[in-house]
Design a protein around this ligand. Structure first.
Ligand code: CP
Length: 306
């Protein structure tokens, strides 16, 4: 059996192209399972997984839990807001107490960049990073690239524009790494204040004009303005952001070709994306959500072998 080169999925950084291709081939099989009347396989029947979330989530948490249940794993859920973290317990103590209950795998979302990497140095269980602050969100990038492959046949050679708040986005960084590994061309677009200073060092094109970015790309991955991570004002108002960077159906229809619109969610409708664009036939946003379950099944199934 083919295996991943890693014990943990801490980020796309650290994966090889062969790892991603193996995850995609495995996800193809699981997607087929998910479309059968009986959507369950016994692949992780002897495995117990803890979903440890220190930050809010809808899609990622539900998608991981559903993926675990489809694989017949035993599942426990931890949410920091109702836990003893509130009484001062450390991250490592919290996780070690969960592992003492004979848990095999930890899926963790945390607001601190690098927290899953810290855990990996101290625990034996497999770790899946479900988003660490502004750093990485590897399963989101995998499901995004998988959705592009599904829509366009392959990722290699495709032009992907990532548009919006790049500075605070873990999705942007993981997408850049994954798309480049798979041979896509990547552009980032947004107000200059929302582009990190080091961005060109990552080998991406940079564009400040959203129309030019849309005209260039085959796929636009539109990101949310992450107000919860912004301590200062990066642009005058949401209204102004929407005016200059918001994508609507009229703008999409005015392009020379039909492009694919993606969004990792949650969408701020009327800010980065209008409803008529989000719900148009350009959009594969709900396909991304559907593919997330198959991708997460593949990741956990493969990691459990290592
Ligand atoms: N895409 C994403 O991470 O969504 P949630 O924050 O709802 O999990």
């Amino acid at each position: 059996m083919q295996q991943l080169s890693v014990k943990h999925l801490l980020g796309i950084k650290g994966l090889t192209r062969a790892d991603i291709e193996l995850i995609f081939e495995t996800a193809d099989t699981f997607k087929e399972v998910l479309n059968r009347p009986i959507k369950k396989v016994p692949s992780l029947r002897d495995i117990t997984v803890a979903n440890v979330f220190f930050e809010n989530s809808t899609r990622t948490r539900l998608s991981f839990e559903l993926a675990q249940k489809r694989l017949s794993a035993d599942v426990i859920n931890f949410s920091s807001s109702s836990s003893s973290v509130k009484k001062g317990e450390t991250l490592l103590d919290t996780v070690n107490n969960i592992l003492a209950m004979k848990v095999d795998m930890i899926v963790m979302r945390h607001s601190s960049p690098g927290s899953p990497h810290f855990l990996a140095k101290h625990i034996k269980a497999n770790i899946v990073n479900a988003g660490d602050g502004t750093h990485e969100h590897p399963t989101q990038a995998l499901l995004d690239a998988f959705s592009i492959r599904e829509e366009h046949g392959e990722v290699a050679g495709k032009k992907v524009a990532i548009i919006g708040d790049i500075l605070h986005s873990r999705v942007a960084l993981s997408n850049i790494f994954a798309l480049q590994l798979l041979g896509a061309e990547v552009m980032v677009c947004g107000p200059i204040t929302l582009l990190p200073k080091y961005i060109k060092e990552l080998g991406v094109k940079v564009e400040l004009d959203v129309r030019k970015a849309l005209q260039w790309c085959d796929v636009a991955n539109v990101l949310r303005i992450q107000l919860e991570r912004q301590q200062i004002k990066y642009f005058p108002s949401l209204r102004e952001y929407s005016l200059y960077y918001g994508i609507n159906k009229k703008l999409l229809d005015s392009l020379d070709k039909k492009i694919t619109v993606m969004h990792p969610g949650p969408i701020n409708r009327g800010v980065e994306l209008s409803s008529d664009a989000a719900d148009s036939d350009h959009s594969i946003i709900l396909n991304q959500v559907e593919n997330g379950v198959a991708i997460r099944m593949a990741v956990m199934y493969l990691l459990a072998q290592n």
